[in-house]
Design a binder for this molecule. Structure first.
Ligand code: SAH
Ligand code: SF4
Length: 385
């Protein structure tokens, strides 16, 4: 028997195609796709028998050819400030998603890859090396899982009466570089925006990238959500060290891509992320250089306190220095915020928990992966399937 199709892997066009393959009439494949998306992503059903508005014969066909395969959870922890973190088993390794509840929103930070090949020197995910791309179903599965779990806490099973789910915002700031896995990330983003699935507005979904320029243009073309760019350094010399992809796409090109993106973006600014590393990029001269960079793009700056991990070789900038840095930028007219650290007692920061259970020697093995193949069938150099 052919392998069962995991329906979580399919966005609306792919579901329609799947129904066509099952022999559904052309006139009704689109409606079937919409119905199925609603059951899977608004009610989070786990069984075809629950899909009561779909004919029994069609449900039987689904049961014979498809499955609903959720992520399996290794650990589920809640911090004293309410931040909740799930660690998911993705076979050879684990990835995490973090839910950050606030008064007016609930933000889920999700992962796009197990590990990351881009090797930013201050990042624990980067230190683990690249393991593999998450599939569409594994990316959207984090959102499905979180909504289902959070609703269960509220005593809600199935769709909420008003259709609003606990996760109101998604940020792709967990493990991995989303734009290095755009073939899976883009359909997952489409499902986040699809009114038949999560129905989030484009401004409530943010992709964070270390600066993959051609893929930023592709995101603008296919699914232009809010964009955050991990700047971390105001000069090419320093950025080459901290964010090595800069050697391929230097600041000038990156800033030009940001300006191009703004024509399509749901907001009129780009968010620049800047991790504060003690003595490395947090000095007055860095602030001055950063002001010049930030002024080239309509932008807001988000200063991130460094989250230390063993053998990182970096230290946290003292609070006073972060505040002084912020003051300089604000005085120059750049809107600058400092990221609140949340969930400290459960290590709810970028890739941290998964990092603890993973094989730290993998970085060495990953060095052999050529992330910039000279040729290949993929659309961009550097794609990994
Ligand atoms: N790969 C993407 C998204 C994932 S990382 C990117 O690099 O943008 C999300 C954010 O966390 C990025 O800005 C990243 O640079 C930052 N980050 C990584 N390691 C960190 C650490 N140890 N402390 C603080 N921020 C970190
Ligand atoms: Fe990858 Fe982002 Fe970490 Fe850099 S900061 S290694 S791009 S996950």
């Amino acid at each position: 028997m052919a392998e069962l199709q995991n329906l979580l892997e399919l966005n609306q066009p792919a579901l329609a195609q799947f129904f066509a393959q099952l022999g559904e009439k052309p006139a009704s494949v689109k409606m079937r796709a919409k119905q199925t998306l609603k059951w899977l992503h608004q009610s989070q059903v786990t069984d075809f028998s629950a899909m009561t508005d779909i004919a029994k014969a069609t449900r039987d066909l689904l049961a014979a050819n498809a499955e609903i395969r959720d992520l399996s959870v290794i650990r589920d922890s809640t911090a004293s400030d309410g931040t909740r973190k799930w660690l998911f088993d993705v076979g050879t390794s684990a990835v995490d998603a973090v839910f950050i509840p606030e008064d007016d929103r609930g933000t889920l930070c999700i992962s796009s890859q197990a590990g990351c090949a881009l090797d930013c020197s201050f990042c624990s995910t980067g230190k683990q090396g690249f393991n593999r791309n998450l599939t569409v179903g594994e990316i959207i599965g984090q959102l499905r899982y979180a909504n289902k779990a959070l609703k269960a806490d509220l005593g809600i099973e199935g769709r909420t009466p008003d259709g609003v789910q606990p996760v109101t915002n998604v940020v792709m700031m967990g493990m991995g570089e989303p734009l290095a896995n755009y073939l899976n990330v883009f359909p997952a983003l489409e499902m986040m925006l699809d009114d038949n699935a999560y129905g989030l507005s484009r401004r409530r979904v943010t992709v964070s990238t270390s600066g993959m320029v051609p893929q930023i243009d592709e995101l603008a073309r296919v699914v232009p959500v809010a964009l955050a760019v991990s700047l971390h350094a105001p000069t090419d010399a320093l950025r080459d060290v901290l964010v090595p992809i800069n050697k391929r796409y230097p600041l000038k090109e990156l800033l030009a891509a940001c300006n191009r993106y703004l024509e399509f973006a749901p907001r009129d600014f780009i968010t620049f992320e800047y991790v504060m590393l003690d003595g490395v990029n947090d000095q007055p001269e860095h602030a001055e250089a950063l002001i010049k960079v930030a002024k080239q793009v309509p932008s807001k700056l988000n200063l991130i306190p460094f989250n230390p991990f063993p053998n990182s070789g970096y230290g946290k900038s003292p609070r006073e220095r972060i505040l002084a840095f912020q003051r300089r930028l604000s005085d120059a007219g750049i809107v600058t915020t400092i990221r609140k650290t949340r969930g400290d007692d459960i290590d709810a920061a970028c890739g941290q928990l998964a990092g603890q259970i993973k094989d730290r020697t993998r970085r060495t093995a990953a060095k052999t992966i050529n992330i910039h193949p000279a040729s290949g069938s993929s659309k961009f150099p550097g794609d990994q399937q």
